[in-house]
Design a protein around this ligand. Structure first.
Ligand code: SF4
Length: 670
């Protein structure tokens, strides 16, 4: 096999990369179905350039361009450590288990790679030893699962819980023995040298390619601010794939959140220190300090729950559109909880001080003190609720009560905490542009100077797809829409013989359409929520003519190649609710700068979401199918043009019989 020589310098890297993608190059020789693609070569060249000279590359690579290999080859040949961050675990696994082995063989070049998940996936040996008695005292099922964990812990090299196939995903005690940053005592830990997180970090620090996901990358960047718990080693180069998801994930990790659950966990972990006799005196000062925090946290959250109903300024905030569970808050709305909040802050300060002065000097105890201080600082910030860079809101979910603050604009944070850490960064995805421009993404992620590359899909949408826009649909804001949508779905699916994803923007609409579709069609109907996502997808692939009715989680990262998926129907243009606190705050910020929240935020965001949903249809050169958008606003409203200008170039029709003709054409011999 021809080896690729190590390269250095811009010209050498670009030349070596280009050679790999040549028609007679190493990839063509090693991969049976490899076909040279111009777009893939262009992207690989652009990635090589930015890796060699530094800076940022924005690369939109439509479906079928082969973007993963286009960045992996320059990454490996650069001979520098490269961080690859993906939006989904699926893509992480595909890169590690499928693409890298192919490249290892094709390039004949030794390189190492590490695949890192979030810390919560790994076993904490220290917590397992500390809480063992507690788990053993639990239910018989817990004791059984503990035995599984014990047997596995003795042999595993990674500590990744995914290796224990028989451990249910929701086994309650896993959160007590997981290696989360919050509970980690770092270098003071007696298990530090054998710790799976330490080992993973060491492996990553010696690897050429480090594969993470955006959640871990952002969590790491967030803890880096206080230099505790970071696991990703320094990497000079980075590729952020599925970059259209980065703003959402960064919003989640660069914000603050206090909940009754966090206080329950603090209390539980502290109680365990007493139970394990690591701390002797439950009735002493430490025990009393803990009781005070526990009591006052209960009072505080009860007062908050009461105020939601009884205090008009707060109660009214929950009556707006989309405000049943989440509502934006201002400092005055927290008036009824000011006093219980102050008491809770005092109790947390008391706990921190008592821990600092305690005779016992266990590291686990210090970790509790540190957590108490963090909770206090975050609670104080959230109760003040007056930082103009954040939106403050209250959320009720199940038994949980969350007081949160999210950054309104993550662009500076993304730039400072992520992009500026790398000498060169590639931001890529199949959907980054709106109407052919990167303006929206640049503004949301704070990307100022960057090279841009837009590669059209390798698929021939003119031949492989049609876009059906039904005539005479009522406005989606009217009650008549659901019935008309159900009628159209039945009409379309009759002509496609099932084989479809029907993607809804809300559960409410799914529930209205579902009974009509079920009673009118004989095809197998699968519904999101009735089985885990992976099981539904498997069933969909294996059951001929099946139809999947689903909402947001199936709009992205789902890959069904072949005839099984021949139609994607979308009920409404997927506008984010202006009642959502974060969206509302972002709209306000744009308006204050003189912009238009709808045109500058909601439309581009909806365009990218729509393109992701429609992108499920054509995943291969031989795939053919129907895209259908039932929302009439795409043709009746002025902004509809922006959607149409961003869609793939499939022929548009409003004649439902064209669907029959489209599939009939495919049957005819060429
Ligand atoms: S170093 Fe942290 S994560 Fe690792 S075993 Fe110790 S406490 Fe657990």
């Amino acid at each position: 096999m021809q080896k690729v020589p190590p390269v250095s310098g811009q010209a050498d890297l670009a030349a070596a990369v280009d050679q790999v993608f040549a028609g007679d190059g190493p990839l063509a020789r090693a991969v049976a179905e490899f076909e040279p693609r111009e777009g893939q070569r262009d992207m690989a060249a652009a990635v090589s350039r930015v890796f060699a000279r530094g800076g940022v590359l924005l690369a939109e690579a439509g479906t079928g361009t082969g973007k993963t290999l286009a960045y992996l080859v320059p990454a490996i040949l650069s001979r520098q450590r490269v961080l690859i961050s993906t939006g989904t675990k699926n893509l992480q696994e595909q890169i590690y288990f499928k693409d890298l082995p192919i490249l290892r063989e094709a390039l004949g070049l030794p390189f190492t790679a590490t695949y890192m998940k979030g810390r919560g996936n790994y076993l904490c040996l220290h917590r397992l030893a500390t809480w063992r008695d507690d788990v053993e005292a639990g239910s018989p099922a817990d004791r059984l699962y503990l035995k599984l964990v014990d047997d596995w812990a003795a042999t595993t090299e990674t500590g990744d819980r995914a290796e224990i196939q028989d451990l249910p995903e929701d086994v309650a005690f896993w959160s007590d023995i997981a290696a989360t940053a919050e509970n980690c005592i770092g270098t003071q830990c007696p298990e530090y040298d054998d710790c799976f997180v330490t080992l993973m970090r060491q492996r990553a620090a010696q690897s050429d390619v480090v594969i993470v996901n955006h959640h871990l990358m952002c969590a790491d960047a967030a803890v880096r601010q206080n230099a505790y718990g970071e696991v990703i080693p320094a990497c000079p180069l980075a590729v952020i794939d599925e970059a259209h998801q980065l703003e959402d994930v960064a919003t989640q990790y660069f914000g603050f959140s206090i909940s009754n659950y966090r206080f329950d966990e603090l209390t539980r972990d502290f109680e365990r220190l007493f139970a394990s006799r690591e701390i002797a005196d439950r009735e002493g000062q430490l025990g009393r300090a803990l009781n005070r925090v526990d009591d006052r946290a209960r009072l505080f959250f009860s007062a908050l729950a009461l105020a939601r109903h009884d205090y008009p300024p707060l109660a009214n905030a929950f009556t707006g559109p989309g405000g049943e569970d989440r509502a934006r808050i201002s400092p005055d709305m927290l008036e009824p909880v000011r006093e219980p909040g102050r008491y809770l802050l005092d109790a947390l300060t008391g706990l921190e001080a008592t821990v600092a002065l305690a005779r016992e000097s266990s590291e686990d105890l210090h970790a509790i003190g540190r957590r108490a201080a963090e909770l206090r600082d975050e609670l104080r910030f959230l109760l003040d609720a007056n930082d103009r860079d954040y939106v403050f809101y209250l959320e009720f979910r199940g038994r949980g009560l969350f007081l949160r603050a999210s950054p309104i604009d993550v662009s500076t944070l993304v730039r400072n905490l992520l992009l500026d850490r790398f000498a060169a960064t590639v931001l890529t995805s199949a959907t980054l542009t709106v109407e052919g421009r990167f303006t929206y993404l640049r503004s949301r992620l704070g990307v100022e100077r960057a090279e841009e590359l837009q590669l059209l899909s390798e698929f021939n949408y003119r031949e492989q797809a049609i876009l059906y826009l039904p005539p005479r649909m009522p406005s989606p804001k009217t009650p008549a829409f659901a019935q008309a949508a159900a009628r159209e779905v039945v009409g379309i699916l009759t002509r496609t013989q099932g084989r479809a994803f029907v993607l809804f923007t809300s559960y409410a609409m799914l529930r209205l359409v579902q009974p009509v579709v079920e009673s009118a069609l004989d095809y197998p109907i699968l519904v999101q929520g009735t089985a885990p996502r992976s099981a539904l997808l498997r069933q969909f692939r294996e059951t001929p003519h099946s139809v999947l009715l689903a909402t947001s989680s199936f709009w992205q990262g789902v890959d069904v190649v072949g005839d099984a998926l021949s139609c994607v129907i979308i009920d409404r243009l997927p506008f984010a609710s202006p009642g959502d606190p974060v969206i509302a705050a972002r709209i306000d910020a744009i308006v204050q700068r003189g912009g238009d929240g709808f045109a500058d935020l909601q439309v581009p965001l909806a365009v990218l979401t729509l393109l992701q949903g429609l992108g499920r249809l054509i995943r291969h050169r031989r795939d053919r199918g129907v895209l259908a958008i039932l929302d009439p606003r795409i043709t009746t409203m002025p902004y509809g043009r922006r959607f149409l200008a961003s869609l793939p170039p499939a022929p548009v029709t409003s004649d439902i019989e064209d669907i029959v003709r489209f599939f009939a054409d495919a049957q005819r011999p060429a």
